[in-house]
Design a protein around this ligand. Sequence first.
Ligand code: GLN
Length: 201
Amino acid sequence: MAGSAPLVGILALQGAVREHAAVLQDLGARVRGVKRPSDLEGLWGIVLPGGESTAIGLLMTEYGLREPLRSGYLPTFGTCAGMILMARRIEGGEPPWLGILDVAVARNAYGRQRESFEADLEVGGIGQVRGVFIRAPYVTEVGHGVEVLARDHGGHAVVVRQGPHLATAFHPELAGEHRLHAAFLAGLDGPAQAPVGAVAG
Ligand code: GLN
């Protein structure tokens, strides 16, 4: 890994940041909270945590982070709201935020009955994972380059990977689960190069 520990950003505008930091540090990564474009410098990848995707998306836009992240140059791991932020399409007509993951997602897809629940999932390449779902989305459509690594009880994709990007509908960081973060780290290979002009500072 280029002789040093991977440096991973965690978008720190809203949502569960600390838990992701703990998991990444346990795995030997260096972490940095990301609040402004200059925080992106030198990152190998970034985690978009759960929270409220509309709130995070609006803040991301206001803080000038949407444009650089939209180019997809930075390997991205989104959990729950993070998955929604990454999606190419959001069911219901809400415009997409980053569009770096070729999937469509439905927000709050499990409805009121199952607002929040835990489920054991079989994740490709990893094994059984305990998923904590909190007003979670699921994937309704998957593009060609997207690999589905896990499905829920109803057959909906809930873990997807596309190149260096990874997304889960649930919160692995709240179940003490480290293997998905480890899989994300395994796909990083050094500081990502921002396209010219994408990071304004
Ligand atoms: N329901 C939230 C949304 O639509 C996501 C919930 C979460 O991240 N736990 O943005």
